[in-house]
Design a protein around this ligand. Structure first.
Ligand code: PEP
Ligand code: MG
Length: 579
């Protein structure tokens, strides 16, 4: 049995057989194929060689076209190596005789070849090892690409173990068969983690390198509460976790009873509890937990889940289904927040993607894309209580530009006689420190503000939300972050503008007292957190929250703030102490 510590990002426990998803550039575990699967595996190998060859041919002609045949010849050498009969023979030998998986055979063989070059006493030739690694990568990408496909063709329960899962890969996981997952990299605020929570799949990320220690098929436990993964657990551990799973079910059933109780504090102050969703089907999770509305619909997943750009109709259908399901309860549709870690498969990220062309910046650069989405949202606005929200607004100019595009789209719809709500409320995310510093100005120009603590923490503390190496620094309880949140809530009150918090922080009971004490009356949380947050709100009095929040704001570091908040919560609800 081996216990590994990672970062707990989506609660719950998963116990099942491992499905290992490798990735290019990382060690391929030694995996064996069954004797009767050899012909099939060899076909897979040949297909990968063919596909890699076609890819190199394409590169060769593109480069030759631009730079001439001499440069194209670099790729001819790659082709020669790839199609070398001896290489093919050696790979076949490993698969047929030793039953290595094609991935393992490719990796082993080509790394041995590369080593021969690396050991030569000639720097030019030693560099040729790079060409061999390149071929290895290409072949693995084609082989592993097929393995990744397995994810969408599952027919038995598995626990997925991967180097990384992108947000869109996570979103495509089959909830019926994927019991949980763990990844080597990733951080607490990554969208992979957020999607896992939305899908209610137990998950642990940022475990560090461990895939070389596992092969598919062995039993594994993912503990999404403690951030642990346990490889080959012993009987006692399995029994302990089976008990935990049962306990979790009992707790969830108890919380369900809260569904129809009002969300009011113990002293009768009403609190709005909204849900965050990424996909229309998640609206059910909100409705069944008595949510008052959708506080954040992350529409970029419409793009990430599709090979082609969604048409206006595709947008409209998605929005209409959510708005109809919410039956006149508010639905905040956030315009595209593409970029940073939310990109299509295979898109190469620029350096510093979080500071790059993402979100509203991208929408303002690509007006046809933006207008298509706005048309669809406006059309859906006649079906219920739609609100439009712009993400990552940093300057007033950006907000004004976005509103101008919206006004222009409204004009078009009017001319075309297409119905929409001309008074649709327009708001923005407050998730960049610059926006907080200017929040009084922003508040005067919007109908609502929603504080996105996930990005606000990242940009305030200069800590990548997706990077496990700085996870200890990514902290909602940091006094600097608290000051910015308070400032935003105060500005909303002063300008009579509705304020919510839609970052992950608002779904953690640790912060409920603090946020209520700061004056927040609307929490937008992952649907699974709705009952728990309601339970906490119902146990608190505002005067008590104000006292706690005022004291928390005097503390100097995140650890003290967190310990203090946990202690205060424990006094009110002892059974929630661990959350
Ligand atoms: C946030 O940044 O807090 C937020 C809610 O947006 P996202 O997590 O999609 O970046
Ligand atoms: Mg954000």
């Amino acid at each position: 049995m081996q216990k590994l510590q990672g970062i707990a990002v989506s609660p719950g426990v998963a116990i099942g057989e491992a499905l290992v998803i490798d990735n290019e550039g990382f060690r391929i575990p030694r995996r064996f194929v069954a004797r009767d699967a050899v012909p099939q595996e060899l076909t897979r190998l040949d297909q990968a060689i063919e596909a890699a060859g076609a890819e190199i041919e394409l590169n060769r002609s593109a480069v030759a076209h631009e730079l001439g045949d001499d440069y194209g010849a670099i790729f001819s050498a790659h082709l020669q190596m790839l199609r070398d009969a001896r290489l093919r023979h050696e790979l076949e030998h490993f698969v047929r005789e030793r039953h290595y998986s094609p991935e393992y055979a490719v990796s082993r063989t080509l790394r041995r070849y590369a080593k021969v070059f690396q050991n030569l006493d000639n720097s030019y030739l030693a560099q040729r090892a790079g060409d061999i690694f390149d071929i290895e990568k290409k072949l693995l990408r084609h082989l592993l690409g097929q393995r990744r496909e397995e994810l969408s063709h599952l027919d038995a329960p598995v626990v997925v173990l991967a180097h990384n899962l992108t947000p869109s890969e996570t979103a495509a996981l089959n909830r019926e068969f994927v019991l949980g997952f763990a990844t080597e990299i990733g951080g607490p605020g990554s969208h992979t983690s957020i999607v896992a929570q939305g899908m209610e799949i137990p998950a642990v990320v940022g475990v560090g390198s461990f895939l070389s220690d596992v092969s598919g098929g062995e039993l594994v436990i993912v503990d999404g509460d403690q951030g642990l993964i346990i490889l080959q657990p012993d009987e006692e551990t399995i029994a302990h976790y089976r008990y935990e799973v049962e306990e979790g079910r009992t707790r969830a059933a108890k919380l369900e009873l809260l569904r129809d109780l009002p969300a009011v504090t113990a002293d009768g102050i009403a609190v709005e509890l909204f849900g965050n969703i990424e996909f229309p089907h998640e609206v059910e999770h909100c409705v069944e937990r008595g949510s008052h509305g959708i506080g954040l619909y992350r529409t970029e997943f419409l793009y990430l889940g599709s090979e082609v750009e969604p048409t206006e109709e595709v947008h409209y259908e998605a929005y209409a289904s959510v708005v109809r399901a919410m039956q006149r309860r508010p639905v905040v549709i956030r315009t595209l927040d593409l970029g940073a870690d939310k990109v299509h498969e295979g898109v190469e990220l620029p350096p510093n993607p979080s500071l790059g062309l993402r979100s509203i910046r991208l929408s303002l650069r690509d007006l046809p894309l933006f207008r298509t989405q706005l048309r669809a949202i406006l059309r859906a606005s006649v079906l219920g209580e739609v609100r439009i929200m712009f993400p990552l607004v940093t300057t007033l100019l950006e907000l004004r530009q976005a509103k101008m595009v919206l006004a222009d789209v409204m004009e078009d719809l009017q001319e075309q006689g297409v119905p929409f709500n001309p008074k649709v409320p327009v708001g923005m995310m407050v998730e960049v420190p610059a926006a907080v510093l200017m929040v009084d100005h922003f508040a005067a120009e919007v109908d609502f503000l929603s504080i996105g603590t996930n990005d606000l923490i990242q940009y305030t503390l200069a800590v990548d939300r997706s990077n496990k190496d700085v996870v200890a620094l990514y902290n909602a309880a940091d006094p600097a972050v608290l000051k910015l949140i308070k400032q935003s809530i105060d500005a909303g009150r002063k300008h009579s503008v509705h304020v919510s918090v839609c970052g992950q922080m608002s779904g953690s009971p640790t912060y409920t007292m603090l946020l209520l004490g700061m004056g927040l009356r609307c929490f937008s949380v992952v649907p699974s957190a709705l009952p728990e947050i309601k339970k906490v709100c119902r146990a608190l009095r505002i005067e008590q929250c104000e006292r706690v929040s005022a004291h928390a704001m005097t503390l100097e570091n995140a650890r003290d703030v967190k310990n203090y908040l946990r202690e205060e919560l424990r006094k009110v609800l002892p059974d929630m102490a661990a959350s």
